[in-house]
Design a protein around this ligand. Structure first.
Ligand code: UDP
Length: 303
């Protein structure tokens, strides 16, 4: 099969790289184990799929890691968490700045059944889909007992505030220390950064859509004294109740994208990336099978 390249370094790290512009192995940004959760939990492993990195973590591992970062406090520059889905991955293939932003992130989780499907076809299975909205829900749930402080940034005016009010009703005592809409001008940014500082959140949830949120986080991570920033796309629209989430049965069947298109037909233009992505994955798999059968025949008897 050998559809992905994989090696084990002397540290025990395993890294994979598949397809596209990805070239061989990349060093992990931190020593293995330094960020790992409790003993027995999977080791940190970063995989590259068509040039975009992903961390092989479950939802609970990702939430635990972010929780630890929030407890550790600021470390000079904010940690950055991103959750690319299939359309974001395809966009990153042709947008070097977005791809670079993903490589700068401290945690990258696969927000898409398409990406989990690809990981299985290509022989490095992700445990599960870890979407931005599921990650946020889990962090808010933990935040209610741990006392984490959140700031909501993004969506149309009034939406982040409505989301804050709704989740406060669900989790009494949850600390949402500020909200701001996502349609600010560059001139308004310094005042916004000051407002975030003054509120002092442990996590800044940034819902400006791809690629705006990734580039905004990258630009501001040095200036913002916030332990963690998380790019969460349209999650405030869901948390506020403005957009209902796909039923669980649709999510299980990998049809959440179709649900979103039916609710917001403007998304139709984006989903063309999904069959393109599937084609790429199948082509990559076929090429890898071909190359492994060629190499096994060349080392056969008399080869
Ligand atoms: N948005 C924003 N500022 C902008 C553009 C978009 O706050 O300048 C918000 C928008 O209102 C929506 C979210 O970003 O809440 C984008 O949602 P989408 O589901 O399209 O996210 P993506 O799929 O790009 O992650």
């Amino acid at each position: 099969m050998a559809t992905c390249t994989c090696t084990e370094r002397h540290t025990g790290e395993r890294e994979f790289s598949v397809g596209g512009s990805a070239t061989g192995f990349r060093r992990l940004p931190v020593a293995e184990g330094a960020l790992d959760p409790a003993p027995g939990v999977h080791r940190r492993r970063r995989v590259e799929l068509f040039g975009v990195p992903f961390d092989r973590v479950s939802l609970l591992e990702a939430a635990a890691r972010i929780g630890r970062w929030m407890e550790e406090g600021t470390s000079g520059r904010a940690r950055m968490v991103v959750t690319p889905d299939t359309t974001a991955l395809m966009r990153a293939r042709r947008d070097p700045l977005l791809r670079w932003a993903y490589h700068q992130a401290d945690l990258v989780t696969p927000d898409g059944t398409g990406i989990v499907w690809a990981s299985r076809r290509l022989g490095f299975p992700f445990e599960e889909r870890v979407s931005g909205i599921d990650l946020v829900e889990e962090l808010l749930r933990r935040g209610a007992t741990e006392g984490y402080r959140f700031f909501f940034l993004g969506a149309r005016p009034g939406v982040a505030q409505a989301a804050a009010e709704r989740v406060r009703r669900r989790y009494p005592g949850l600390r949402i220390v500020g909200t701001h809409h996502g349609y600010f001008s560059p001139q308004e940014e310094p005042a916004l950064v000051d407002a975030i500082h003054a509120a002092g959140p442990d996590a800044l949830l940034v819902g400006l859509g791809v690629p705006k949120q990734e580039l905004w986080m990258l630009r501001n991570r040095g200036a913002l004294e916030v332990p963690v920033m998380i790019g969460i796309g349209g999650s405030f629209d869901v948390l506020s109740g403005r957009l209902p989430r796909a039923p669980k049965s649709w999510q299980r069947m990998g049809l959440e994208w179709l649900w979103r298109v039916l609710r917001e037909p403007r998304r139709l233009g984006r989903v063309g990336a999904i069959p393109q992505f599937m084609g790429l994955v199948l082509l990559q798999r076929a090429l890898s099978s071909l190359s492994s059968s060629l190499s096994s025949s060349s080392i056969g008897p008399g080869g």
